[in-house]
Design a protein around this ligand. Structure first.
Ligand code: PEP
Ligand code: MN
Length: 366
């Protein structure tokens, strides 16, 4: 073969490379379009039946000189890269992410704007036990300018023998207290069937740690416009937490708040480990308000104040803590709730140390 012939072959090889390059990117564009359609309809990206058909077609049509197995291997690499590419697009497009929405989401709960830069407190008993108990706590909070009252009516307890909550009776008590003291009430529901009832009784629906990946529940609350307080799962990564939030937001509900409530680690000195760095990470990665539950993360009354200080200093939009008139006889979480005197000291210290800034809204009233 002459040098000239060799040069010609090399040139046509370059041409073929360019053709393949063009075709492979055209193929990628088609994959992206299919990905867009699938994402709208909620269909899974990976379709093994379709992949098998494409590989069979390659086997049927292959005339060599490459062996079919070699070509199938190469095509599988292309399929894999295409799937990965769709995954990257999906991440970029998360509705909860700051990439999608640079401005902070501010969630309006009655007269409070959570995420507006004023840090707030959310407090109340672990479980709603009686009207008298809830009214006593609500009055104490209201006296200190705290307008966000939480209390559990459906308690997802680790043991089925523990107090399970008063259910709808508890929601009614909360609503009565909210109306009486002009406060917003927050409570957890655990099943999609209770969303309707919750809408009538609550100002904020809480999705608890154990239900962070209860996808049917997330979809159901996502279809409402009620503010949602989503807690991080006991062993959930930040990415899993964000994806759980995405379930709510992708159904149209943008009134969403995230709550770091401690994660399970090997440490036994605290009930969970407050993942303090998750707070600024979530603030950076998402546009949603981020709350810190100092009660369930520490499980220790003596750590509520230092944990609250840390959470406020690191940028939490609100701190959540449990308060009970007489924690010693509480039906749940008795070791970690503050009594009313302790709550007053807690709030005084945060205020005196200027951790809850003076200014408009809740912070000023505290
Ligand atoms: C609660 O806030 O009442 C609660 C049960 O917390 P978590 O879901 O974080 O355990
Ligand atoms: Mn509790």
């Amino acid at each position: 073969m002459s040098n000239e012939e060799l040069e010609q072959l090399r040139a046509s090889l370059d041409d073929k490379n360019m053709e393949i390059l063009k075709l492979i990117n055209e193929r990628a564009e088609i994959v992206q379009k299919i990905g867009g359609v699938k994402s709208k309809s909620g269909t899974k990206r990976y379709d093994p039946v379709r992949e098998r058909k494409m590989l069979d077609l390659i086997a049927e049509e292959n005339e060599g000189p490459f062996k079919t197995s070699t070509l199938q291997h190469l095509f599988k690499q292309i399929f894999k890269a295409s799937l990965e590419m769709m995954g990257e697009d999906e991440q970029k497009a998360l509705l909860v992410s700051r990439k999608k929405q640079p401005d902070n989401t501010v969630v309006t709960v009655k007269d409070e704007q959570i995420g507006d830069g004023n840090q707030r407190l959310i407090a109340g008993p672990c479980s709603v036990e009686s009207e008298e108990q809830v009214f006593t706590v609500a009055e104490a909070l209201k006296n200190r300018g705290v307008n966000l009252l939480r209390g559990g009516a459906y308690k997802p307890r680790s043991s089925p023998y523990d107090f399970q909550g008063l259910g709808v009776e508890g929601l009614k008590i909360l609503k009565k207290a909210g109306d009486h003291f002009d406060m917003s009430v927050i409570s957890e529901i655990v099943t999609p069937g209770d969303v309707e009832t919750a809408l009538d009784h609550l100002d904020v629906i809480q999705i608890g740690a154990r239900n962070m990946q209860n996808f049917e529940l997330l979809k159901e609350v996502g279809a409402t416009n009620k503010p949602i307080l989503l807690k991080r799962g006991l062993s959930a990564t930040i990415s899993e937490f964000m994806n759980a939030a995405e379930y709510v937001m992708s159904r149209g509900n943008t009134n969403l708040m995230l709550c770091e409530r401690g994660i399970r680690t090997y440490e036994t000195a605290t009930r969970n480990t407050l993942d303090i760095s998750a707070i600024p990470i979530l603030k950076q990665e998402t546009h949603l308000p981020v709350l810190a539950d100092v009660t369930h993360s520490t499980g220790r009354r003596d750590l509520l104040l230092p944990a609250a200080k840390a959470a406020l200093a690191i940028g939490a939009d609100a701190v959540m803590a449990e308060v009970h008139p007489d924690p010693a006889v509480a039906l749940s979480d008795s070791a970690q709730q503050m009594d009313i005197g302790q709550f007053n000291e807690f709030i005084d210290t945060l205020r005196n140390e200027q951790l809850l800034k003076d200014g408009v809204g809740e912070a000023a009233k505290i």
